[in-house]
Design a protein around this ligand. Structure first.
Ligand code: SF4
Ligand code: ZN
Length: 299
């Protein structure tokens, strides 16, 4: 099959648009959507804008860093840095860390590492060992978010960029719907306004399906770590991943529609719910919507 935009052999069929794409046109299409997302999500500051990329070494965050670097490398008013969170998961995180450090070195981007063991005096391996009945991601997620916030504020970042692709994003929307969690739905990244003590999260890949992220990385020669977290199998997200895969197979473009729907109702949700309450946790002092943050109340 030939590319719909030129006469070269296609490498990919975008079922949601009916287009066949060659390598060059797939790259163009991916980059165009990333640039559009950045224009919509980032308000550039007069005195310069700092973006910290949370990089795990996997395909999504590696592509995010690579793309942001290509877009901004010639702009003096935008500074990119990167950091990796080390959750303390033997075998898995080590290879991701190595990959992140190598990519940052190749791109000339400053890279730092912040670990659960330094900040919380524990590791995810220890948490799972101590409490085998707990779903690991429900403990890991809040701790990661806390570290992400601490490190992006250490780096003085205006934004923290996450490698969340379209599949992840539409799964999160469906999860919020299934849980009836209207508050969380209204607070989902990308964040357009700044809240005290919280760095705004941006998601440059939220319109790029996972398959396209992988192909883009391969076409551009971006090395990524493809190992999976050993605790992922227990994640509730897996059910939603399967539902979305079935939906996408039967109705190509369903993930884009779910994203459009969430964006469409967002202003009404924000208006109805009002600004989120940001308190300081009475134990650790980190920003939280409760009196005691999730991490402190679980430990
Ligand atoms: Fe943490 Fe779950 Fe991600 Fe593993 S899959 S790193 S446990 S959030
Ligand atoms: Zn083409």
């Amino acid at each position: 099959m030939k590319c719909s935009r030129c006469n070269i052999e296609a490498v990919y069929e975008a079922k949601y648009s009916g287009e066949m794409l060659c390598g060059k046109h797939l790259e163009e299409s991916v980059e165009k959507r990333i640039k559009k997302e950045i224009r919509e999500q980032v308000q550039f500051q007069e005195g310069g804008t700092r973006i910290a990329v949370a990089i795990s070494g996997g395909k999504d965050s590696s592509v995010t860093l690579y793309a942001l670097n290509s877009i901004f490398k010639d702009r003096k008013d935008v500074q990119i840095s990167a950091f990796t969170i080390d959750e303390g998961i033997k075998g898995y995180r080590d290879s991701g860390l190595e990959n992140s450090a190598t990519l940052c070195m190749e791109l000339g981007i400053p890279h730092s590492v912040i670990s659960f063991s330094d900040m919380f005096e524990t590791t995810m391996d220890q948490v799972v060992k101590d409490k085998p009945d707990v779903i690991p991601c429900s403990r890991c997620g809040p701790m990661r978010r806390q570290l992400m916030n601490i490190e992006s504020s250490n780096l003085n970042a205006d934004y923290v960029a996450l490698g969340i692709n379209l599949d992840d994003y539409s799964q999160s929307i469906l999860m919020n719907v299934a849980r009836g969690d209207v508050d969380r739905m209204a607070r989902m990244a990308p964040h357009h306004s700044k809240k005290d003590g919280l760095t705004r999260r941006i998601l440059p890949l939220r319109r790029i399906p996972e398959k396209e992220v992988v192909l883009y990385a391969l076409l551009k020669g971006i090395k990524f770590d493809s190992s999976w977290c050993p605790y992922y199998a227990k994640a509730q997200r897996n059910t939603f991943r399967e539902i979305l895969e079935t939906l996408e197979e039967r109705t190509p473009g369903a993930s884009f529609s779910i994203l459009r729907f969430a964006d469409g109702i967002r202003p009404a949700l924000e208006y109805a719910i009002g600004p989120a309450n940001v308190n300081r946790c009475k134990i650790c002092g980190q920003p939280t919507s409760r009196e005691i943050c999730t991490t402190c109340s679980a430990s």
